[in-house]
Design a protein around this ligand. Structure first.
Ligand code: AMP
Ligand code: MG
Length: 418
């Protein structure tokens, strides 16, 4: 795909045996991919390789290809198990040279912290012949950049706090220097209330016609992001191109699109409340405070969030919100009338403009044939009356609770649109 657009393919190799255990995740490649995509480049392959010289050498060779950019992270430390320098040198058929200036720099760095450099740190002074040395202001391992036979290779340290500044200061400018001058424009849609495969079925016929802009779909719980990223000679062209594709996608999704600037739902809803000088209160059962947490995670939410009620038991629903015990007995706590009564009670007791309620079966126990796990009701009370909607959220307890919060925020958003 990159090749079709005259752009180099990028491959990432994360080095470190700890990244092959269940307790440590390779987050560097995710961060790098995000940065590369922002330049309009695509990562075509990535891998995680343990601290093994021969395997790493083989992985680097396997990544070779005309015009390729190969980014390595990790394995530049001072210990025996840090083998990236040796493996890359071997893959390129080059030798390593000891560089006095690096030792001097390392000694100064240690002295600045009032320590003496250990002898093993001298391992970090080996540089692949012909490589540029990339300074590392945040650690002891310098990076390296080598160009050979149309391939560009970067060696970067593993700690994220060292990798990120080095990529921004040293690698990103070198990558961009090899690209045609271009402007990049990204349009981000965020969508709620539709599943990933349904969404893709709707919009794939549009976006698959274009390799520029590049389309990425990121699905979270009841929250999908669509990124359209155009790379053009001028900013006007790039803007026009994302707008062209956006104009075809928007009518297919309609008001399920809640954001066009990347803002999450709680921010969008907060803005809408603020613009209307309205307030909201919440009454939560199965989400146990998560809805209030989402709303109040936004700075400035004190202007529109009245407060909330955490009412798990029937007694609390009655005691705090005035839900009629007969209604609870007749319909059960997870029902349309109870969701309405909870919302009404929260609105009356706080004097807020709107109130949302959540009641549902988050599981894993408590489901019945009629009311399986994931069944829930969101109630909304506002100036135009009271309403409740039934939902069937899917997934485990965590997903169900997240989906419920998202549905509640969306119900309020829809109430304010119309
Ligand atoms: P190294 O450069 O291999 O000595 O890595 C030093 C430390 O950086 C490791 O112990 C990890 O904690 C962290 N690290 C290395 N690679 C990664 C990666 N791909 N993603 C996140 N953290 C990493
Ligand atoms: Mg390591």
């Amino acid at each position: 795909m990159n090749a079709g657009r005259g752009l180099p393919d990028v491959e990432i190799i994360a080095v470190g045996s700890e990244l092959l255990t269940p307790s440590k995740v390779d987050t560097n490649s995710l961060w790098l991919t995000e940065r590369l995509n922002a330049l309009g480049l695509e990562v075509v392959r990535k891998s995680v390789v343990g601290d093994d010289r021969a395997r790493l050498e083989a992985a680097i060779r396997a990544a070779f290809g005309q015009g390729k950019i190969i980014l390595l992270t990790g394995g530049l430390g001072p210990t025996e198990d840090d083998v990236t320098r040796e493996a890359a040198a071997a893959a390129l058929g080059r030798s390593l040279s000891f560089r006095d200036e690096i030792v001097e720099w390392l000694e100064k760095r240690f002295a600045r912290f009032g320590r003496k450099m250990a002898d093993i740190n001298k391992r970090q002074a080996y540089v692949i012949d012909g490589a540029e040395i990339l300074p590392n202001p945040n650690g002891t391992a310098p990076g390296q950049w080598i160009e050979q036979d149309g391939i560009r290779i970067a060696l970067m340290p593993g700690p994220p706090g060292e990798l990120k500044p080095m990529f921004e200061a040293e690698i990103s400018p070198r990558i961009q220097a090899g690209l045609e001058p271009a402007a990049i424009r990204t349009l981000v849609y965020r969508v709620v209330g539709i599943g990933e495969s349904d969404l893709d079925q709707l919009i794939a016929p549009v976006y698959t016609k274009y390799s520029n802009p590049m389309t990425t779909i990121l699905a979270a719980v009841n929250d999908i992001q669509i990124h359209l990223r155009a790379r053009c000679p001028t900013a006007e062209d790039a803007e026009a191109l994302v707008a062209e594709v956006g104009r075809k996608i928007e009518p297919l999704l309609g008001d399920r699109i809640y954001s066009r600037d990347g803002s999450p739902l709680e921010v969008i809803v907060g803005r809408m409340l603020h613009d209307r000088s309205a307030t909201v209160a919440v009454a939560e059962s199965c989400t146990g405070g998560m809805l209030g947490e989402r709303i109040t995670s936004v700075p400035g939410s004190s202007h529109y969030f009245a407060g909330g009620f955490l009412v798990y038991t029937n007694a609390m629903k009655t005691g705090l919100l005035g839900v009629d015990p007969d209604v609870l007995a007749k319909h059960t706590a997870v029902s349309d009338p109870v969701a309405r009564a909870m919302a009404d009670g929260a609105r009356e007791r706080t004097g807020s403009t709107y109130a949302l309620s959540v009641t549902g079966i988050a599981g894993p126990e408590g489901g019945t044939e009629e009311m399986p796990v994931g069944t829930g009701f969101i109630g909304i009370s506002g100036p135009n009356g009271t309403d409740a909607r039934k939902f069937r959220w899917v997934g485990d307890r965590r997903r169900i609770r997240h989906a419920a919060v998202q549905s509640a925020l969306d119900l309020l958003r829809r109430r304010m649109i119309f």
